[in-house]
Design a protein around this ligand. Structure first.
Ligand code: MN
Ligand code: MN
Ligand code: MN
Length: 286
């Protein structure tokens, strides 16, 4: 695909530095790329410089975490003003929250006989490419593997870091309403990330989309990487029903993992594409 609106760099939990990510995207045929790191815009400048040199279009992007219906939901923002004060403040609060969470994960692992996890996770993160952001669970997982506490990443998540486990420390996220409002105040286009990702009933998912639209959301991510085609079909139906724009992306994090940059299932052809609103290259059709 020549458009990819969802990927991560070392500014959050991705394995490639922003410039390396952009280079990989280019090699995979991507010409319009949005870097959507979790709760940070730190990687955008480096990505933009790299994209410019390759004559690619780099869209400002971010994936913000927020709370809705007792779950943590991800919201994608695009094409925003990076200097908008409400967005800056929201990111700053999320940044300190993530550090508090990382410290608590470190304390909890230490109590289970795995000391030094915060520093170890920081070292893993630094080796990938430093950022001022808190280490995330994949960094803690690699630390646990390196120290021999578990045999691989999968075991790290299964035993210690996955949903409901000791290292799955909940953070106090802002509400969905506030998060959409923050993004809209920064002139962002707002898309609901991977609505199928959550363990919701059909009616709860529909309610999420309705509340998101009510809050000022404009699009839903109908395709996230190689998610099953029947899910894409169901999300397409929701998009049509609510008259939403649609987005798509690989959600690429690391080479050799479950996704590849620029690779995702095709979108149903009738859906209105959000990126038509901000791309200047008319040839960027999926
Ligand atoms: Mn991630
Ligand atoms: Mn996500
Ligand atoms: Mn993501």
């Amino acid at each position: 695909m020549n458009v990819d609106l969802h990927c991560h760099s070392t500014a959050s939990d991705g394995a490639l530095a922003p410039s390396a990510l952009v280079a990989r995207a280019f090699e995979h045929g991507v010409r319009v790329l949005a870097l959507t790191d979790h709760d940070t815009i730190e990687g955008l400048e480096e990505a933009r410089t790299a994209a410019h040199a390759l004559d690619m279009q780099l869209i400002n992007g971010i994936e913000l975490s927020c709370a809705w219906g007792g779950a943590t939901i991800h919201i994608l923002g695009y094409g925003f003003d990076v200097d908008a004060p409400p967005l800056r403040e929201a990111i700053e609060q999320l940044h300190s929250g993530r550090w508090l969470r990382a410290e608590e994960i470190g304390r909890k692992l230490a109590m289970k006989g795995m000391p030094g996890a915060l520093e170890g996770a920081r070292a893993v993160q630094r080796a990938l490419g430093d950022s001022g952001n808190a280490p995330a669970r994949p960094h803690f997982a690699d630390f646990l593997v390196n120290e021999g506490f578990v045999k691989d990443r999968a075991e790290a998540f299964r035993k210690w870091l996955g949903a409901g486990k000791l290292g799955d420390v909940k953070q106090h996220w802002p509400t969905l309403e506030d998060t959409v409002a923050t993004l809209r105040a920064a002139n962002a286009w707002v898309s609901l990330a991977h609505p199928w990702h959550y363990d919701f009933t059909r009616s709860k998912r529909r309610k999420l989309v309705a509340d998101f639209l009510q809050a000022g959301g404009q699009a839903i991510e109908v395709v996230n990487g190689l998610q099953p085609a029947d899910q894409v079909g169901s999300l397409a139906i929701l998009a049509r029903e609510f008259g939403l724009l649609v987005t798509a992306g690989s959600d690429f994090h690391a080479p050799g993992a479950w996704s590849e940059i620029g690779v995702y299932r095709p979108l149903p052809e009738d859906l209105p594409l959000l990126w038509r609103r901000f791309t200047h290259d008319p040839s960027t059709a999926v």
